[in-house]
Design a protein around this ligand. Structure first.
Ligand SMILES: [Fe+2]
Ligand SMILES: [Fe+2]
Length: 251
């Protein structure tokens, strides 16, 4: 049970793909979109998690610096996990703090866990550490970058997490306590099921993918992020918040 009366509100940002030099990712101004999202996070939010692809190009220190300067405006703790576009070491250097995975923290009896799937796998060592964390009897919410659940005839399936069977084994004994798996990567707002555990993907803070179109097709959806409210009876309510369109203006 969540120990206090208060619901826990938190925000997931994902796939901001910040580009310091030319700003735009698939027609969306990444710097403007991230800035607008940060400005929309109110003071009832307990923490923010960015679920990876902070920037677009792995060795781009300047984009991490721009990212850091914008999220300094967040008025609560912010945690990060890397995506396939990130460089875990550069991320740690630019942002400090996170760099060991899984990280975890507990609020009101709920454990929040962040995983590193930047390489497309979680790996045995990290999964062993996750298994140890889940031996606790606390309810848990788990964040990672990659998606786990195949979508019917989608080009995105080839980019899913590779070691899902090993993850399923680890989660098997803790299924009742894992309230949700939350990820980014597919630039698409979706709800799935992974061996009985609810899975939520979030829209990107840049261009959205069309999972059922041709390879790398984008859909016309605006940049967005997700606010979560975890009630004391462990109900997780999601609200997708769109930011003002930041589209490239072509004359
Ligand atoms: Fe992405
Ligand atoms: Fe990604």
């Amino acid at each position: 049970m969540i120990q206090e009366e208060e619901a826990i509100r938190f925000v997931q940002l994902t796939d901001s793909h910040v580009r310091a030099d030319d700003r735009f990712f698939r027609g969306v101004d990444t710097i403007e979109a991230l800035g607008q999202a940060v400005a929309m996070i109110d003071d009832t939010v307990r923490f923010v998690v960015h679920t990876g692809d902070l920037i677009s190009r792995p060795a781009d220190t300047e984009s991490y610096e721009v990212y850091r300067s914008i999220v300094e405006g967040v008025g609560c703790p912010i945690r990060h996990i890397p995506g396939n576009h990130d460089d875990t070491q550069l991320m740690k250097t630019a942002l400090g703090g996170d760099g060991e995975y899984p990280w975890d923290f507990t609020i009101q009896g709920v454990r929040f866990i962040g995983l590193d799937s930047a390489s497309g796998v979680l790996g045995t060592d990290q999964l062993n550490r996750l298994a140890t964390l889940l031996t606790n009897k606390e309810p848990a919410v788990v964040f990672l970058h990659h998606h786990l659940c195949p979508m019917d005839r989608s080009w995105l399936n080839q980019f899913a997490l590779e070691d899902t069977d090993a993850l399923a084994e680890v989660l098997d004994g803790a299924r009742a306590r894992v309230l949700a798996l939350i990820h980014g990567h597919i630039h698409f707002d979706g709800t799935f099921d992974f061996h009985g555990i609810p899975v939520y993907s979030a829209p990107a803070l840049t261009a959205q993918f069309d999972p059922y179109g041709e390879f790398l097709d984008i859909s016309p959806g605006p940049p967005a992020f997700v606010e979560f409210t975890l009630s004391r009876n462990q109900e997780l309510v999601r609200t997708v918040r769109t930011v003002r369109a930041c589209e490239e203006r072509r004359s």
